[in-house]
Design a protein around this ligand. Structure first.
Ligand code: SF4
Length: 496
C-alpha cells in the first residue's frame, strides 16, 4: 500500500533537466491554443489538494466525468489562446512552481499510451525548444534513462496505475524513450472475454510445450517459427490460439485487426483447416482486409493455392554462413574488419570484452536502448521508422525478461565494465540460429560489428545465421547486404 507521503516524495522528487530560467523564457509551455489541447496538464486529486490555498475560490478545476481526476479550467489569454489557471501572464511564471503536478514536472518528457495497446511509453516532446537544441547530448540520453528508472519504481508504477489518465495519446512529434514500467512489467495475458472470436483462447506460457512440439512439425529457416518471435510482441499484440482439425493455430491481434502469424501448425495442412481458420479471421474482422495468414514457406504453399488463396511475398530474412561471419576474411569483409580494428585501437588500455547475457543485465541494456533510440529518432522524420523504434522497446524488454523461458542466449559487450552493446538470439532449427536483436552504444563505433562477430563465434556449431529482415529500410538493407548473405528465408502471406 502506497502512503500519500510516499506519493508526495515521489512526485516532488522527479529530477529536472531543463534549467528553470530556460522555462521562464519559453513561450510555449503552460499556454494552449484551445481547451481541447492534448497537453493540458493532468492533476490527480492529491495534487489538486496541494494547491488548495492558491485556489481558495475553488475555480481552478472541473471534474472529469467518470473519473476521480480533475482538469484545470483554462483561462482565456488574448490571442495566444488559453493559459493554465496557475500561470501568471505578467511574470510568465508558474505561481505554484514548488507544487506543480507530476505531468508538469516530467515535461518535456511525457507519459503516453501506445497507440494500439494499454502499454505506457515514456516519450520526449520534440516541440520543446530545449529538446530540439540538446537531442544529441549524452546528458539528455542519460537523464531520459534515469527518468525511466525513476518511473519504474514501485511507488511510481502504483501511481501511474491508479492515474491512467496521466498517460495521454501518442502524437507523431513524440520521440519514444522507454517502456514503462521498465522491468517490473509483468506479462498481462489477454482476458478470455476479450477474445475476438468465441473459438479463440488466450495464449499463456503454460502452452509453451505444445507450441514447441507443433513448431517442430514444420521444418523451417524463418525466424517466425520460434516462441521468441511469436511471443516477443505479446505486450503490444494479444496472442490467441485454437485447435483446428488437430493443428495448433495461433492468432494475433484484436477484433478488426486479427491475423495468423503462421499457417496451421501440423505435419500436413488440409483445405478444411484453412477454411475454418479463415472463417475465424473473416468473422473477427467483419470481412475487413486485415485478414491474412503470414509465414507460409514456399514448400507449404500448395494447399493454400489449391484452396484458392492468393499468395504474396512477405518480408525475407537474411541468411549467412556462420563460418563467413566468424572469419570475415577477404576483401568483401574489409569494412567490417576495419571497424573492429579501429574499435580495438581506439580502446587501447580499456578492457573490451564480451560475456554471456544475464537476466540482471536487462536494466542496463534497456538504458542503452534508450540512448540508442534517442539518437536513432533524432536522425529521421520517418514515422514508420520511429514507430519501429517505439515498438522495439517492448520486443527487447519482453525477450530480455523471458530469455530463459523462450530459449534465448545472449552476449553483452563491455568496455571497462560498462555495457556498450547487447544481443540475444535462439535456435530456429538444428541448422539455423537467429539473432533476434542487437543494440550497440552509438558513442562507440565498431561495437556492433565486434559484438556480432563474437556472438557468431558462440554459435560456431550451427552452419547458418539468420539476421532477420530489414523492415523495408534502405539503410538496414545495405548493412545486411554488406555481410554478403548466403541466401534468404522467404515466406508468403496468404489471403482469400
Ligand atoms: S501548473 Fe504551473 S507548470 Fe503546470 S501548466 Fe500550470 S503554470 Fe505551467
Amino acid at each position: 500500500m502506497t502512503s500519500s507521503a510516499d506519493i508526495q516524495k515521489f512526485i516532488l522528487g522527479v529530477p529536472q533537466i531543463v534549467p528553470e530560467s530556460r522555462c521562464f523564457e519559453c513561450r510555449i509551455c503552460c499556454r494552449f491554443p484551445d481547451t481541447e489541447e492534448v497537453q493540458i496538464p493532468y492533476w490527480s486529486e492529491t495534487e489538486a489538494a496541494w494547491v488548495h490555498d492558491k485556489d481558495k475560490a475553488g475555480t481552478w478545476f472541473k471534474p472529469v466525468p467518470g473519473t476521480v481526476s480533475l482538469e484545470p479550467k483554462l483561462v482565456r489569454c488574448g490571442e495566444a489562446g488559453y493559459r493554465c489557471p496557475a500561470f501568471e501572464d505578467e511574470t510568465r511564471r508558474c505561481t505554484i512552481h514548488s507544487l506543480k503536478p507530476l505531468d508538469c514536472r516530467l515535461y518535456p518528457f511525457v507519459v503516453a499510451r501506445h497507440p494500439s495497446s494499454d502499454e505506457r511509453v515514456l516519450v520526449m516532446d520534440t516541440k520543446c525548444p530545449y529538446i530540439q537544441e540538446h537531442t544529441g547530448d549524452p546528458e539528455l540520453a542519460a537523464y531520459a534513462a534515469h527518468l525511466a528508472d525513476y518511473l519504474s519504481t514501485p511507488v511510481a508504477a502504483a501511481y501511474l496505475e491508479t492515474n491512467p489518465k496521466l498517460a495521454g495519446p501518442f502524437w507523431p512529434e513524440y520521440a519514444s524513450v522507454a517502456s514503462l514500467p521498465g522491468l517490473s512489467g509483468e506479462r498481462n495475458p489477454p482476458a478470455a472475454e476479450d477474445a475476438p472470436h468465441p473459438a479463440l483462447k488466450p495464449w499463456s506460457m503454460e502452452l509453451k510445450g505444445e507450441l514447441l512440439a507443433a513448431l517442430r512439425l514444420c521444418p523451417h529457416d524463418f525466424s517466425g517459427y520460434t516462441a521468441a518471435s511469436l511471443l516477443g510482441w505479446s505486450d503490444l499484440i494479444p496472442v490467441w490460439w485454437a485447435s483446428i482439425g488437430g493443428a495448433f493455430c495461433l492468432f494475433s491481434g484484436r477484433a478488426g485487426s486479427l491475423f495468423m502469424p503462421l499457417p496451421p501448425l501440423a505435419g500436413r495442412i488440409d483445405a478444411g483447416m484453412l477454411h475454418e481458420a479463415w472463417e475465424i479471421l473473416k468473422t473477427a474482422n467483419q470481412g475487413g482486409a486485415t485478414s491474412r495468414i503470414e509465414g507460409v514457406e514456399p514448400s507449404r504453399m500448395e494447399p493454400f493455392e489449391k484452396a484458392g488463396f492468393t499468395m504474396k511475398p512477405g518480408e525475407s530474412e537474411y541468411l549467412y554462413s556462420t563460418r563467413d561471419l566468424i572469419r570475415l576474411s577477404g576483401d568483401r569483409y574489409r569494412s567490417q574488419r576495419g571497424s573492429i580494428n579501429r574499435l580495438k585501437k581506439n580502446l587501447v588500455g580499456s578492457e573490451l570484452r564480451t560475456r554471456p547475457f544475464r537476466g540482471s543485465d536487462a536494466a542496463e541494456c534497456l538504458r542503452l536502448y534508450t540512448r540508442w533510440a534517442i539518437r536513432k529518432q533524432s536522425r529521421t522524420e520517418d514515422r514508420y521508422e520511429r514507430a519501429l523504434v517505439r515498438d522495439g522497446l517492448f520486443f527487447h524488454r519482453r525477450l530480455m525478461l523471458d530469455a530463459g523461458a523462450l530459449g534465448l542466449v545472449g552476449q553483452v559487450a563491455e568496455v571497462g565494465g560498462r555495457v556498450v552493446g547487447y544481443t540475444l538470439g535462439g535456435a530456429v532449427s538444428d541448422r539455423v540460429f537467429c539473432v533476434f536483436l542487437e543494440i550497440a552504444e552509438p558513442e562507440v563505433p565498431g561495437v556492433s560489428q565486434f559484438l556480432f562477430r563474437e556472438f557468431c563465434r558462440t554459435q560456431e556449431a550451427c552452419p547458418e545465421i539468420n539476421a532477420m529482415g530489414d523492415s523495408g529500410l534502405a539503410g538496414l538493407h545495405q548493412a545486411k547486404m554488406g555481410y554478403h548473405p548466403s541466401g534468404f528465408a522467404r515466406v508468403y502471406t496468404a489471403a482469400a
